[in-house]
Design a protein around this ligand. Structure first.
Ligand SMILES: NC(=O)c1ccc[n+]([C@@H]2O[C@H](COP(=O)([O-])OP(=O)(O)OC[C@H]3O[C@@H](n4cnc5c(N)ncnc54)[C@H](OP(=O)(O)O)[C@@H]3O)[C@@H](O)[C@H]2O)c1
Length: 360
């Protein structure tokens, strides 16, 4: 029998917990084993927040603290609480890949100590501060073919990048993108306080997350250009946090080089969704954001919101579950990378159903 891909998780917050729960719900469950989690919180709280999740619901299986570790559905996971890479017992663990999900390590200088401490490879849950801070940045479905065994620090980009890169790529290949404005409407995150508080260097992130629509700084334009270098200088982005727990959207305004109309764009994205099952979907249903909670896709194009002005100026609304979709992509990337560095790689994604019936 082939060996499972053995992973560890650093930072067991929203993304770290979603990765573990997504694994338990996905076809990767048979081929990936979580051997350790490093997180500052106490074990009792970790068990509790694994079992009870306000956004994704109660975990249906058994979760318990066993021998100082976390047991989920009979799988035993070591737990430790190191604040710096050098303090963790990484070198004593038998594992293949660390999923860095704390968000606290975004430069090569901060990430390399994980390798030095014995982590064979690190997959980061956010973009590197610059392209050179990681060996490769991957958006699953776009460029995972570039993963190599000799890369050691790889970024899975951001949830927003995973949502918009496939859309811009499809538009550019078929119609030519002359320029685009992206506005991310993002649910709240743990880097915002519940009520006003001294919490962040970005002044607006000191404001109550649940009381306001809060514009925040974003590196999305640079992140997109890193993945789609042919669009360098053509992308501008804004981000606003909106007071909902989960699920985000991107409002895309794009100048196209060739003329189009809403019907042609619908046909284009329906065909693309058929070509990328499990990653890209379309819907013509009258959805609100909550309908996409726990959705595994990277992006869902809302066909009812497509607009075209003067043949070349188009507007799209793209939904994505910023937690669950991204956590599933982290697992997909882990498997795709293991395909390069392992003698017995786990099975790659086989595709999941589209989210709704499609009116073609
Ligand atoms: N949430 C999303 O929708 C989303 C989507 C895609 C990517 N991401 C990215 O993923 C990263 C994590 O986001 P998140 O929303 O999961 O944040 P989060 O809920 O705050 O989780 C981060 C966890 O890491 C812990 N931590 C802090 N310092 C640590 C250290 N030195 N070693 C190990 N663990 C440490 C935190 O503990 P304390 O709370 O005690 O500090 C917290 O439990 C960020 O870079 C974010 O941009 C987030």
């Amino acid at each position: 029998m082939s060996r499972c891909l053995r992973i560890a998780i650093n930072g067991y917050g929203r993304i770290g917990r979603c990765v573990l729960r997504a694994l338990m719900e996905s076809h990767h469950r048979e081929s990936i084993q979580v051997v350790a989690i490093n997180e500052p919180a106490d074990l009792e709280s970790m068990v509790y927040l694994t079992q009870y999740d306000s956004t994704h619901g109660v975990f249906p299986g058994a979760v318990a603290a066993v021998d100082g570790g976390l047991s989920i559905d009979g799988c035993d996971i070591q737990v430790f609480h190191a604040s710096e890479p050098a303090q963790g017992p990484w070198g004593q663990l038998d594992f293949d890949l660390l999923l860095e999900c704390s968000g606290r390590f975004s430069t090569r200088a901060r990430l390399q100590p994980f390798i030095d401490a014995g982590c064979p490879r690190v997959l980061v849950s956010h973009p590197g501060r610059g392209a050179a801070e990681v060996d490769f940045t991957v958006v699953y479905g776009a460029n995972e073919n570039g993963l190599r065994a000799d890369q050691h620090i790889v970024s899975a980009a951001s949830c927003t990048t995973n949502a918009i890169v496939p859309i811009l790529d499809i538009l550019d290949r078929n119609l030519g993108v002359g320029g685009a404005f992206l506005t991310t409407l993002h649910s709240v995150m743990n880097d915002q306080p519940m009520i006003d508080g001294y919490h962040h260097a970005d002044l607006r992130r000191t404001r109550s997350a649940m009381q306001s629509i809060v514009p925040v700084a974003t590196g999305l334009a640079q992140g997109v250009e890193r993945l789609l270098p042919q669009l360098a200088g053509k992308i501008q982005a804004k981000a606003v946090r909106v007071p909902i727990l989960n699920v985000s959207a991107i409002d895309l305004s794009v100048n196209l080089n060739r003329a189009t109309d809403p019907q042609a764009l619908k046909a284009l994205f329906l065909a693309a969704a058929r070509a990328h099952p499990g990653l890209l979907a379309c819907t013509d249903q009258p959805h609100a954001s909550v309908d996409f909670n726990h959705n595994t896709h990277s992006a869902i194009v809302d066909l009812s919101q497509i607009r075209v002005n003067n043949d070349n100026f188009a507007s799209l609304l793209v939904w994505f579950d910023n937690e669950w979709g991204f956590a599933n992509r982290m697992l997909d990337v882990a498997c795709a990378w293991a395909d390069q560095f392992s003698d017995n790689p786990p099975a790659l994604m086989t595709g999941t159903p589209q989210i709704s019936s499609l009116g073609a």
